[in-house]
Design a protein. Structure first.
Length: 269
């Protein structure tokens, strides 16, 4: 069913080990939904790990085939398909990540934090770890890492900004000042934040980022774009009507698109 004419820059394919469908399926779904563009942004291989978990990211051996596959779709759908990756911010292996990203012909890179000291905090297999930690400290550590990621200069878009809430765990302390500090760092770093609709389909049942965080981002002038974080073709562009409504409520009137000349702002529909 056709939806809002917006881009969806956050989609994954079966190559990442935890999604379904090929890149061409996601392109077809984006066309059917009436989107303005679709970005394929599979998980960058965890090249630092000699024995990576095959359910977390694309194997390094598949990277060249991934690039060729999406490049062919770009040629078939000029101006509509973009090629990106979602790369983990892992401080201990930052040089490996930077070297790998530096040699890839990408239109954009989504930077995300999925690990706190090796703990995959958004992985259902390790959710019991939340019971052993102070949520206030978890949030503070996570927000610091997101700011550090933005300041590396490696990432164009910051993914699912408040992913730490995925399973419904909340800080008990007021984190307004920490979010304001992060928003200031994001603005100075010149990154764009995605309004990610996948949180609506997770236990937390809420957009990433939450309305109060979105308002803070708006006050600090942090630019915004859209991503479904689709792991199946049916989820492409899903719930973008709710995302636009949330952006407007937070005071946004524009969003970011990626074109031949780079990132540019456009009026919200």
């Amino acid at each position: 069913m056709p939806g809002l004419r917006l881009p969806d820059y956050h989609t994954h394919t079966e190559r990442c080990g935890h999604a379904r469908g090929r890149a061409e399926d996601y392109v077809a779904a984006a066309r059917a939904r009436g989107l303005s563009a679709v970005g394929i942004a599979d998980h960058l291989p965890l090249a630092h790990d000699p024995d990576p978990d095959p359910t977390l990211a694309m194997p390094l051996a598949e990277l060249d085939a991934y690039l060729a596959e999406v490049d062919a779709l770009k040629a078939e759908h000029p101006g509509f398909v973009l090629i990106g990756v979602e790369a983990d911010y892992l401080p201990a292996s930052l040089e490996v990540t930077a070297e790998l990203l530096g040699r890839l012909p990408l239109d954009y890179v989504i930077g995300s934090v999925h690990f706190l000291d090796g703990w995959g905090f958004d992985d259902p297999r390790y959710v019991e770890e939340y019971e052993r930690r102070s949520m206030d400290e978890v949030y503070r550590q996570y927000l610091r890492l997101v700011g550090d990621a933005a300041e590396t200069g490696l990432f164009d878009i910051i993914g699912h900004l408040d992913l730490v809430k995925k399973f419904g765990h909340r800080a008990s302390a007021d984190m307004t000042s920490e979010w304001e500090e992060l928003a200031a760092r994001l603005k100075r770093a010149g990154v764009t934040v995605e309004l990610n609709t996948a949180g609506l389909r997770k236990p937390v049942g809420e957009l990433y980022p939450a309305p109060d965080v979105l308002q803070i981002l708006g006050r600090f002038g942090v630019p915004l774009t859209f991503g479904s974080d689709a792991h199946c073709p049916e989820a492409v562009g899903r719930d973008f009507d709710q995302a636009v409504a949330a952006a407007r409520t937070a005071g946004y009137r524009t969003y970011v698109e990626i074109g031949p000349e780079g990132f540019s702002e456009h009026p919200l529909p």
